[in-house]
Design a protein around this ligand. Structure first.
Ligand SMILES: *Cc1c(COP(=O)(O)O)cnc(C)c1O
Length: 386
């Protein structure tokens, strides 16, 4: 079997056609029709009035936070289990990053933990829809309303996910998306912010483009950013976005292939889907019962020798040197036994079945080894006694 990568983009004829068109049109920077089309289509999809395209998902987060008025005096709550960019965007501002635990089943931020972490300085919450599963937005919005706090959805990994039939990106004050090469759809690099708040929308567009005065060109009264997406990137994004239903259908199918092939294996847990949620299965998740971080890493190495790529779950953000340690017991329990396995658009059923056969072999061998270890330990102990 040839090397099976964890992720790779699916580039078709349309992608090449639109990108070629954008290059040939001469509109290679951040003006051009594909930007407008991408923003409009994306807002419609999420059920928001507006969308603002950005250079990537991290700048989308930063821009949304700045435009909402978050300052260094404020606190922003995030889950411990996420890609580090969620915290970085808050650090850019100098605000305090308050890290809380996740739910064990869906790996998303725990509403109860949010409630406990709120102080008079809490300005915003960033729930992350991790690995394609949406956060419990109804509970989170209730809390936010009660305390008058902003909610920014980090939907970088969850294009098309739903909470009770409503798409993510339209469930908070703003939602952010990423179009990095390994995300559900890609524009090479790129991001998007969705919102229905007109004032916020205008503020974000203004700050995205160096905060240039609308009435007086090259006059600026604050420090802005260049966080624009290029028309070339948007051309790729528009083509990918036209295929989103097809891509999400395939993602679901891939997950079901894994589920089918691994259903009889006790001790391997796959992605969860809450009753109120539509999971888009950005990454297929495996949790190996009772594994330590070392054993999980060994498992990844063993898969690699079989030409199968995989990656560990994100590490707890709070363990990293830039952040304060927390005792988030669920995040710390779950991250070490988790890994993601190949689930890119073009993977075949045969390849998934091969991956699952190898997973089973390694997992079952490890159980045998563990029992042998235990028996050896018992012998050792008995030996000492005698
Ligand atoms: C990818 C990702 C981001 C950042 O997106 P970039 O486009 O890579 O800057 C932010 N949050 C989460 C949860 C992500 O997975």
């Amino acid at each position: 079997m040839n090397f099976i990568s964890i992720s790779q983009p699916s580039i078709g004829k349309k992608e090449i056609e639109y990108v070629t068109d954008a290059v040939q049109s001469g509109w290679v920077s951040s003006l051009g029709k594909y930007i407008d089309i991408f923003e409009e289509n994306f807002a419609n999809y999420c059920g928001t009035k507006y969308a603002v395209a950005t250079s990537n998902g991290t700048t989308a987060l930063h821009l949304a936070l700045v435009a909402l008025g978050v300052t260094r005096e404020d606190e922003v709550i995030i889950p411990d289990l996420t890609f580090v960019a969620t915290g970085s965007a808050i650090k850019y501002i100098g605000a305090k990053v308050v890290i809380v635990d996740v739910n064990e089943d869906n790996l998303c931020i725990s509403p109860e933990a949010i409630r406990k972490a709120i102080t008079s300085k809490t300005k915003a919450i960033i729930p992350v829809h991790l690995y394609g599963h949406p956060s419990d937005m109804e509970e989170i919005n209730k809390i936010a309303k009660e305390y008058n706090i902003f909610v920014i959805e980090d939907a970088a990994e969850a294009h098309g996910a739903e909470v009770n039939g409503k798409k993510v990106g339209g469930l908070g004050d703003a939602g952010i998306f990423s179009f990095y090469g390994n995300k559900i759809i890609t524009s090479g690099e790129g991001g998007m912010i969705t919102t229905s708040d007109e004032e916020l929308y205008n503020k974000m567009r203004y700050l995205r483009d160096h905060a240039m005065s609308k009435d007086k060109r090259y006059w600026h009264t604050e420090v802005g950013f260049n966080y624009r997406m290029t028309n070339l990137q948007a051309a790729l994004g528009v083509a990918q976005f036209e295929r989103i239903d097809e891509i999400l259908a395939k993602k679901k199918k891939i997950f079901e292939w894994y589920q089918d092939a691994l259903k009889d294996i006790k001790g391997i847990k796959l992605n969860h889907q809450a009753s109120w949620a539509k999971n888009v299965y950005w990454m297929v998740c495996l949790e190996l019962d009772e594994y330590s971080e070392f054993q999980r890493d060994e498992f990844i190495q063993k898969l690699k020798t079989k030409n199968i790529d995989s990656r560990p779950y994100f590490y707890p953000v709070s363990d990293m040197p830039m952040y304060d340690n927390t005792n988030t017991s669920i995040t710390h329990k779950v991250y070490k036994k988790g890994l993601n396995v190949p689930s890119y658009f073009d993977i075949t059923k045969e390849q998934v079945e091969y991956v699952c056969t190898e997973i089973k072999k390694i997992f079952e061998n490890n159980i045998v080894e563990k029992i042998q270890d235990r028996d050896d330990n018992i012998k050792l102990m008995l030996g000492k006694k005698i």
